[in-house]
Each structure stands twice: as structure tokens, then as C-alpha cells.
Design a protein around this ligand. Structure first.
Ligand SMILES: Cc1cc2nc3c(=O)[nH]c(=O)nc-3n(C[C@H](O)[C@H](O)[C@H](O)COP(=O)(O)OP(=O)(O)OC[C@H]3O[C@@H](n4cnc5c(N)ncnc54)[C@H](O)[C@@H]3O)c2cc1C
Length: 411
């Protein structure tokens, strides 16, 4: 019987796990351990409102009184250095071990480092924590020369804020299009126009060969085609690596993520893994996602199992990214598409791309079209149908259609 659950990692997944254990009726001991000092906070604003300075303090995931109120022991500023699976306990850097009956690993991910840059070089920064955001915010002075390496979601959100704060921004992206692995050409092109209109220089299909320094600080970025871009600040955003070291050292199965089954159990049934650090079995393969929705829904899936009402993880993924005036919303798993239907006008930054495979709706990208996103979510979550012709026809009332079709599915 599980009477003591320890959740390791007090980010989006960990906090939701602790909270939903109680919601699901679990009445044993719950301990939430995290190495960051702050009250657990939301990460998305770190590249948006908090970075821009329009939000003064980090947004807490739960209010200060929540943890005591729910009888959750919150232990921040505590780094776990090992998992002793035999004795079922966590070894801390400082302080006595913590025992568990069930351990939930919610360890998150960290920025992938640029391999050829000295990690201590001043002026080269990454973005994951509130300290990183504070540091970057302090350097975004008007006229600052900022180079962003990587044209993915995070790099572009940062670039938008930097440009809005008066910096001269260049984004260097090795792929021929922005957000290349995750979005379709109409969406990538719309965002490229939007960023160029905001004064951001985009160098696509270009790779960085060197970050030049002088006196211990970065001064320029050199590219393969011979560009030499002066830089006061270099922001590196080339992806995130899951935090798997603890799991690997404890002998758990690990790949690019801690490997879990469809119920999010690791190779040790007393340990689950969720959120950015977890790679789970799905559709005959494995998947790892970095999003708030995934962290939250996986937490709920595991805690339902611990509380005795287990089901395999089957949530439809969704995601958002705010880049200047461009609001991107996505639902479904990007990739599967033999037919793409554009609804609305990309030039207006108010459109959606509906993707189908063999006439089945698979995933949808919406730019400035939250109504399309909500309808698509309803349809995909219910497994209800939509035809390419219906998606393309602006006369189709998607909201009404989604409501009636999902009701029909649930009847
Ligand atoms: C700047 C930024 C903006 C983002 N914007 C969006 C967005 O707009 N939309 C979206 O859907 N997603 C966004 N994301 C992604 C989203 O924030 C992550 O997917 C989410 O935080 C994952 O939650 P998690 O709990 O798995 O990991 P995290 O939130 O990273 O939490 C993991 C925690 O575990 C702790 N930890 C790790 N190792 C140890 C250890 N040994 N001992 C103790 N503690 C440890 C870490 O310090 C960390 O606090 C953004 C991410 C960033 C960084």
C-alpha cells in the first residue's frame, strides 16, 4: 500500500502532482522536493510578460498557503543527489534522506549548451529559470545588440521582447524556416513576416561557427557564410535536454528522457516519471513533450493511478506561444498530415491550418484565431470528425459544429 508519496521536482508537473493527489483523495503523506529556492512558479511568463517587465514578480503555481493547507510538505532549495532504490529513499545534498513508497520524478529539462562556447563566458545566456529571466531582463537596454541562436518558440519569444524593448535583434537559425520541426510552412512564413516587420533580422539556413570574445565577454557571433554580427548579448536557445542523470545513475531505463510505459511507470514500478523529463510509450513508439499541458495532464494521470483509478495516458497535446503580436495555438501531434487546409488569411495573422490524414483531423495550428483552436481541441479530444471542406469553408460555424459533434460522441 502506498502511504508516502515523494514528488521530486517542484515545477509544473511536480506541483500539479502534489495538488492532484489530494484532489484524488489520497490521504497519505505527500512531500514535494525542489532545488530552486523560490516558491514554485510558472515558467511561460519568463519569456513573455515577466521578461518584458509588464509583470513584476514570478507567477506562483499555487499560493503560499496552499501547501500547508493541503498538508503537502514543500521542501524548496533542496537538491537530491541520488535515488537509493533498494532502501526506497532519496539522498539529499544536505540533510537526512527522505523515504518513499512511491516516487514521482518531475525533474524537467535544462537548456542544451552551445558546444563550442565556454560556459563561463560573460554575455552568453540561456533561459530556463527565474534567475535566467532576471539576468536577461537586466541586459535588454535600448540599443543593445542582441543575437539569438535558435529560431524555435523560446528564442523567438525572447527576440520579440528584446526588440520591443529597443534592442537590435538578429536571430540565427540553422533550418531554412522558423520553428521548423513543429509548424507548417504557412505558419513559419507568417511568423517570419511578423518578426521582420518588428525589425528583427532573421538569418535562416545559417549556422553559428563561433562566439568571439574579448576580455572574457562575448563581442560577436560568426556564421558559416561569413557574417560577423556584433553582440552585447548572445541568447542561446537550441533546445532542452531532459534531466535524466539521477534516473540513469539509479539504474532506471533512460533514453532521451526517463523511459516510462503508457501508465507513466518507469522500469521500477515504485517510481513514475512525468513532464519534460519523461519519454512515454505511445502509438507503437515513444514521445517526449515540453509543454505545460503535458506536464499537468501527466501529473493527473499518475496521481489517479496512485489513488486507485488508473488509466493509461491519452491526453491530446496542446501548446501556445506568444511572439509579439503573433499568438500561436496548437493542438494534436504535429507531423501526421497528407492534406493541409488553410482557413482564413495568413497575411492578417488570423488564420488556422487544419491537418488531415486520410481525411481524419490530426492536428491544428491557429494564429490569432483562439475560437478555431478551442473548436479543434474539442473535436480532437472527443475523436469527433471534421472534413477538409468544412474546415476550409469560412461559413462553417466551427464552435457550433464542435459542440454538436462532441455531444453526439458522448451520447
Ligand atoms: C521560458 C520558458 C517559456 C515557456 N513557455 C511555454 C509556453 O508558452 N507554453 C507551454 O506549453 N510551455 C512553455 N514552456 C515549457 C514549460 O514551461 C515546461 O514544459 C514545463 O515547465 C515542464 O514542467 P516540468 O515540471 O516537467 O519541469 P520544470 O518546470 O522544469 O520543473 C522541474 C523542476 O525540477 C527541479 N529539479 C531538477 N533536478 C532536481 C534535483 N536533483 N533535486 C531537486 N530538484 C530538481 C528543477 O530545478 C525544476 O524546478 C516554457 C518553458 C520555458 C523555460
Amino acid at each position: 500500500m502506498t502511504s508516502r508519496v515523494v514528488v521530486l521536482g517542484a515545477g509544473h508537473a511536480g506541483v500539479e502532482a502534489a495538488a492532484s493527489l489530494r484532489k484524488a483523495g489520497f490521504d497519505g503523506a505527500v512531500t514535494l522536493v525542489g532545488e530552486e529556492d523560490a516558491l514554485p512558479y510558472q515558467r511561460p511568463p519568463l519569456s513573455k510578460d515577466y521578461l518584458a517587465g509588464t509583470q513584476d514578480s514570478p507567477l506562483p503555481l499555487r499560493g503560499e498557503g496552499f501547501y500547508a493547507g493541503q498538508d503537502v510538505e514543500l521542501r524548496t532549495g533542496e537538491r537530491v543527489t541520488a535515488i537509493d532504490r533498494t532502501a526506497r529513499r532519496l539522498i539529499l545534498r544536505d540533510g537526512p534522506p527522505i523515504g518513499y513508497d512511491h516516487l514521482i520524478l518531475a525533474l524537467g529539462a535544462r537548456p542544451r549548451p552551445l558546444p563550442f562556447v565556454d560556459p563561463g563566458l560573460d554575455g552568453v545566456r540561456y533561459l530556463r529559470t527565474v534567475h535566467d529571466s532576471d539576468e536577461l531582463r537586466g541586459r535588454l537596454a535600448p540599443g543593445a545588440q542582441v543575437v539569438v541562436i535558435g529560431g524555435g518558440f523560446l528564442g523567438l519569444e525572447f527576440a520579440s521582447v528584446a526588440a520591443a524593448r529597443g534592442a537590435a535583434v538578429t536571430v540565427v537559425e540553422v533550418a531554412p524556416a522558423l520553428m521548423g520541426r513543429s509548424v507548417s510552412a504557412p505558419v513559419a512564413d507568417a511568423f517570419a513576416r511578423l518578426h521582420r516587420d518588428a525589425g528583427i533580422e532573421l538569418l535562416l539556413g545559417e549556422s553559428v561557427t563561433r562566439v568571439r570574445s574579448a576580455g572574457g565577454r562575448a563581442v560577436a557571433v560568426e556564421t558559416a557564410s561569413g557574417r560577423d554580427i556584433p553582440a552585447d548579448l548572445v541568447m542561446v536557445s537550441i533546445g532542452a535536454a531532459p534531466n535524466t542523470e539521477l534516473a540513469r545513475a539509479a539504474g532506471l531505463a533512460v533514453g532521451d528522457g526517463i523511459l516510462v510505459d503508457a501508465w507513466l511507470r518507469t522500469s521500477d514500478p515504485a517510481i513514475s516519471a512525468i513532464g519534460d523529463c519523461a519519454r512515454w510509450r505511445v502509438d507503437g513508439g515513444t514521445r517526449r513533450l515540453e509543454s505545460v499541458q503535458n506536464a499537468t495532464d501527466q501529473a493527473r494521470c499518475v496521481t489517479a493511478r496512485i489513488a486507485g483509478a488508473g488509466r493509461s495516458y491519452a491526453a491530446v497535446p496542446w501548446f501556445w506561444s506568444d511572439q509579439g503580436v503573433g499568438k500561436l495555438r496548437m493542438v494534436g501531434v504535429p507531423g501526421a498530415s497528407d492534406t493541409a487546409v488553410v482557413r482564413g488569411r495568413p497575411e492578417s495573422l488570423c488564420f488556422s491550418v487544419f491537418h488531415f490524414e486520410e481525411d481524419r483531423l490530426t492536428w491544428v495550428e491557429s494564429v490569432g484565431a483562439p475560437g478555431d483552436h478551442r473548436a479543434a481541441r474539442r473535436l480532437l479530444e472527443a475523436g469527433a470528425g471534421l472534413s477538409p471542406a468544412e474546415a476550409a469553408d469560412l461559413e462553417t460555424d466551427l464552435k457550433a459544429l464542435a459542440r454538436s459533434r462532441t455531444e453526439a460522441v458522448h451520447r
